[in-house]
Design a protein around this ligand. Structure first.
Ligand SMILES: Nc1ncnc2c1ncn2[C@@H]1O[C@H](COP(=O)(O)OP(=O)(O)OP(=O)(O)O)[C@@H](O)[C@H]1O
Ligand SMILES: [Mg+2]
Length: 577
């Protein structure tokens, strides 16, 4: 074996492997350099999703010719004047982005300082091939072509121009949000995509995030232990199938940090289903010596000295902002869109009588029952006393219909009750005593041995929730008491669900989070099912409890528990407006 030092081109290429993964990552480096150079205007031009061309033009301080040559060398940077890697305030500091990109592409660097002439250097896969004077306004222009053309291993992993474009657009959005004071223009294949004027963070975020967030978003602004958090998050009911609308910043640096993403998730625990994701733009301010930005070659991850404090701020800050808004539900506003409510018989003069056969089919299809399952009683109390109104009846043994002062309220009884039971359990646990019900004759539940083992690991936690259990042989568990919130529960089913829950969560979660999950499972078992007939008194009791319970606007899975059809909407349906 003979050991040798690698030639510098190979070293650059190896570094490029870490820094430039795809066009969007090269774009990110150029854009950050422009911002670091104090640019007030940044223009990005792409073609073919950045595979064909990436060009970034800025009006920053520019470079003198000698500096340009140095900038293309590895480990050359102007950004650590005192060699202090602990207090980084610029985006870049590693001094390797330009040489890395230059080693895997054709790169043209043009730059001009104020009051000086411009200069151009052309690089071809790490070699300088030309240089000379250049005409350009003060600032810097970098063009990248033939990216990865001579690196088949990378080329192979490039996705379609469309997908690469999406990644580049995401990069531009993140940096544009990080620096709302900078004007940003993006063109793709000759088309103008973005043209952002200098502005404030809230306005910039509103321009770049889902427009609906104006209606379905909650502002965040809190400070704790020297850490600050600002931004906007969506109401739990306004969620997405992908976590692609989550923009996180640490001291104005866009990051994709696991800790922060996890904290955001945790803030929505049991407000949103596990496979749904909130929308968020969150700006975290941390003292420079509390965060290490030098943990990832692409600088998209960071490490916090006090990770628990950061997590606590995010979870607590979002949670309390959502609590204030907890009676809002996205569906309530959506109900204003009459589409969801359109009757399937158009009330038009031209509609022909429905043929008998079709009528029968329709009746079958919609499962219309002749007898209402609960009868409306004359309202004794005036409807205007209650935001959710007075119960008028039950539909399909699943939905409560109530009359409120300004419209018709429809409640999903299971979803709503499940939420109430969960909040009751929580309040009781916070108060230190969860009411429990001792079983006169302890029940023995048979489960397979691994499930019994899993549940046994949680005996102490479950006891704090009122579920007292004892191991009763290898494959059975003795149940001594259950939470009082569970009325006539199927304990066997509950324990099986809990075992599954514990297996899925593993030991990754904190005690608190595990309890939250277990509570949600208990709440589900303890709540009235869809399909159960309720008396009017029961329905009204449910409505009144919803009105005073926090977070009652959405169920434990982020769906709305109730919707309202306003009088105006009803009038529209009947063509009275
Ligand atoms: N658009 C620009 N305007 C002015 N100077 C620039 C520009 N781009 C790069 N430079 C100069 O070139 C140097 C090298 O840039 P490069 O991106 O390779 O490293 P860096 O930004 O210092 O660190 P990092 O590798 O973390 O990005 C910078 O430190 C800066 O002085
Ligand atoms: Mg840089």
């Amino acid at each position: 074996m003979s050991i040798r030092r690698l030639p510098s081109e190979i070293v650059d290429r190896i570094a490029a492997g870490e820094v430039v993964e795809r066009p969007a990552s090269a774009l990110k480096e150029l854009f950050e350099n422009a911002l670091d150079a104090g640019a007030k205007n940044v223009t990005v031009r792409l073609s073919g999703g950045g595979i064909g061309l990436i060009e970034v033009v800025d009006d920053g301080i520019g470079m003198a010719p000698a500096e340009m040559a140095l900038a293309l060398e590895r480990h050359a940077t102007s950004k650590l004047p005192e060699d202090s890697i602990d207090r980084v305030t610029s985006f870049g500091f590693r001094g390797e982005a330009l040489p890395s990109i230059a080693s895997v592409s054709r790169l043209t660097l043009e730059s001009r300082e104020r009051g000086a002439d411009g200069w151009r250097i052309e690089m071809d896969h790490g070699r300088k091939v030309a240089e000379g004077p250049a005409a350009l306004p003060p600032g810097t222009r970098v063009r990248i072509e033939e990216l990865f053309e001579k690196v088949p291993a990378r080329r192979k992993f490039l996705r379609s121009p469309r997908a690469e474009y999406a990644a580049s657009l995401d990069t531009v959005k993140r940096l544009a949000m990080a620096r709302p004071d900078v004007a940003v223009t993006l063109e793709h294949d000759g088309r103008r995509i973005l043209s952002l004027q200098p502005s404030t963070a809230p306005v910039r975020v509103a321009t770049l995030l889902a427009a609906e967030l104006e209606k379905h978003g909650v502002g965040i602004d809190c400070v704790r232990d020297g850490l600050g958090l600002t931004g906007v998050v969506s109401l739990p009911t306004f969620n997405r199938g992908l976590p692609d609308q989550q923009f996180l910043f640490v001291n104005a640096r866009p990051v994709k940090d696991r800790l922060l993403v996890g904290a955001l998730r945790a803030a929505y625990r049991d407000l949103i289903a596990r496979d749904r994701h909130p929308i968020a733009a969150l700006f975290l301010q941390v003292p420079l010596d509390e965060v290490d930005v030098n943990v990832h070659p692409a600088k998209t991850e960071v490490r916090f000295r006090d990770a628990a404090a950061v997590r606590g701020l995010i979870v607590g800050g979002i949670r309390s902002a959502l609590d204030v808004e907890s009676h809002r539900s996205a569906a309530r506003e959506q109900a204003a869109a009459p589409v969801a409510w359109t009757s399937d018989v158009a009330p038009s003069a031209t509609s022909a009588p429905i043929p008998a056969g079709v009528r029968e089919e329709r009746a079958l299809f919609t499962g219309i029952r002749v007898e209402p399952l609960a009868r409306a009683e004359p309202a004794i109390e005036p409807v205007q006393s209650y935001p959710l109104g007075v119960a008028r009846g039950q539909v399909a043994a699943t939905y409560i219909v109530a009359e409120a002062e300004d419209g018709l309220v429809i409640v999903d009884q299971h979803a709503a009750h499940e939420r109430l039971v969960l909040e009751r359990l929580r309040a009781a646990r916070a108060g230190g005593t969860v009411p429990r019900q001792d079983l006169l004759i302890p029940e023995i539940v048979e489960l397979d041995e691994p499930d019994c083992d899993r549940i046994e690991t949680a005996f102490a936690q479950l006891a704090t929730l009122g579920l007292e259990l004892e191991r009763f042989g290898p494959a059975s568990i003795l149940v001594r008491s259950v939470p009082a919130a569970l009325r006539g529960p199927d304990v066997g089913k509950l324990l099986a669900d809990l075992a599954g829950e514990i297996a899925e969560l593993g030991s990754a979660l904190s005690l608190q989070e595990r309890l939250d999950h277990v509570e949600a499972t208990i709440a589900c078992h303890g709540s009235v099912r869809a399909g159960r007939t309720l008396s009017v008194a029961e329905m009204n009791a449910l409505l009144r409890e919803m009105e005073v319970t926090p977070r009652s606007g959405q169920c434990n899975h982020g769906r709305p528990t109730w919707v309202k059809l306003a009088h105006a909407d009803i009038e529209k349906l009947f063509g009275r407006r």
